[in-house]
Write a protein that binds this ligand. Structure first.
Ligand SMILES: [Zn+2]
Length: 266
């Protein structure tokens, strides 16, 4: 299976002066039976073009409903065709219904919820049953709650955990949830210079994520939900820090900065 990254940035999308696009969260894994998508940020509009002709049901796992994680729904063409099957996954189906009713209505959208012609089902992670993989869910520390999802195939697993303020000292259930995962995609919105100002903002600091993942014996760490306000100098320093940290880690085989268009063989 291949993990495809369609949007990796937090807060808002933009196009840089050299025409590189930076979309908000959307990651997918295609299995034999389904297209599994984590979050519907603006990256979903790029996935939409790539998978235009697929007839597989789309399982869209929502971490939470902040706009950078749902804005791509507005341009997701499968929602507007009769023969598509979309399953929205979240631990609280009532919140998903309320989100759809608000988003596809005035003043956010020109058409009403009735304009969504595809078949939409809303399920909790516990209700799902796939032949090719298993799904688990874990609550995260973020304003208004967010959720992480773990997809396991045999003895391999990928964890998608964004919009989470990691507490390095707390080795409780989340530590167990990510322990020994093959790939961990984790929020790394802030870097060390942000610590004084942004502690308590619901996002993680790069050094905490690296240390926590190494202690949890994660194999491959992918840093995700980048801060769009990160300066060029800070980014350069971050790359150096990652390369140094990866070499000195006890268990982590690699630490990578995710980017739009990245693919990982899983
Ligand atoms: Zn976010």
């Amino acid at each position: 299976m291949i993990i495809k990254f369609w949007g990796v940035q937090g807060s808002y999308p933009y196009v840089s002066v050299d025409k590189k696009s930076f979309h908000t969260p959307c990651v997918s894994i295609e299995t034999e039976e389904a297209l599994i998508v984590f979050d519907g940020g603006s990256g979903l509009s790029v996935l939409d073009l790539y998978y235009k002709t697929t007839h597989k049901p789309v399982y869209l796992f929502l971490s939470h409903f902040h706009f950078d994680h749902i804005s791509g729904l507005l341009s997701f063409s499968k929602l507007f065709v009769d023969d598509a099957s979309i399953i929205l996954v979240h631990p609280n189906p009532n919140q998903v219904k309320a989100m759809l009713d608000s988003l596809f209505n005035t003043p956010f959208f020109p058409l009403s919820r009735d304009s969504l012609r595809c078949s939409i089902d809303i399920q909790t992670p516990e209700q799902l049953s796939f032949a090719s993989c298993q799904i688990e869910c874990h609550e995260l520390k973020h304003t208004g709650k967010a959720y992480a999802y773990k997809l396991s195939v045999g003895d391999k697993s990928v964890v998608y955990a964004t919009d989470n303020e990691l507490d390095r000292t707390n080795k409780s259930s989340f530590f167990e949830f990510i322990k020994k995962s093959t790939v961990l995609i984790h929020d790394a919105h802030f870097y060390k210079e942000d610590r004084d100002k942004y502690k308590g903002w619901g996002h993680s600091f790069v050094d905490d994520v690296c240390a926590f993942s190494d202690e949890a014996m994660v194999e491959q760490l992918v840093l995700f939900h980048h801060n769009p306000k990160r300066s060029v100098d800070s980014y350069r320093e971050l790359k150096k820090y990652i390369s140094k940290t990866a070499k000195s880690s006890k268990f982590l085989a690699s630490i990578e900065l995710s980017y739009d268009g990245m693919e990982i063989d899983f």
